[in-house]
Design a protein around this ligand. Structure first.
Ligand SMILES: [Fe+2]
Length: 133
């Protein structure tokens, strides 16, 4: 399981709640994989992420614009990279089907990307936003 810790908190409640929701999703997927149901769960995860990514990145980017965040461009670039990788993974799942290997690979990619993104750029954004709120 991936554990939410205070180390990952940006300090912005709305952002942190959404990140925690995402961790729950990744943990559900891990649990399903242990129970041999990863192939069913991965479809749910991808469907959920379709909306989540738009809403979550949109929310962060709205705040960055609103408060003239100096690192907006770099941060948005990371969001765009994720969106493009996510769409590649989706295509692969649709065309090749959710093999166990692909489910495992997808879970790892999601976990690695989100933990890294939150620990670095989202925490920087949080540090910038907190005094503004
Ligand atoms: Fe972000």
């Amino acid at each position: 399981m991936i554990q939410w810790t205070e180390e990952l908190a940006t300090g912005v409640t709305e952002i942190d709640h959404q990140h925690q929701e995402l961790f729950g999703l990744i943990n559900n997927l891990l649990q399903a994989m242990h129970e041999g149901k990863g192939k069913d769960e991965i479809q749910k995860v991808m469907t959920f992420l379709d909306d989540y990514v738009v809403n979550h990145f949109g929310m962060e980017e709205k705040y960055m614009k609103q408060y003239d965040y100096p690192e907006f461009a770099q941060h948005q670039k990371q969001h765009q990279n994720f969106t493009s990788n996510f769409s590649d993974i989706k295509k692969e799942l649709e065309t090749a089907g959710p093999s166990s290997a692909l489910v495992i690979q997808t879970q790892r990619k999601l976990q690695d990307w989100w933990v890294n993104h939150i620990e670095t750029v989202d925490k920087n954004l949080g540090a910038f936003l907190i005094p503004k709120f």
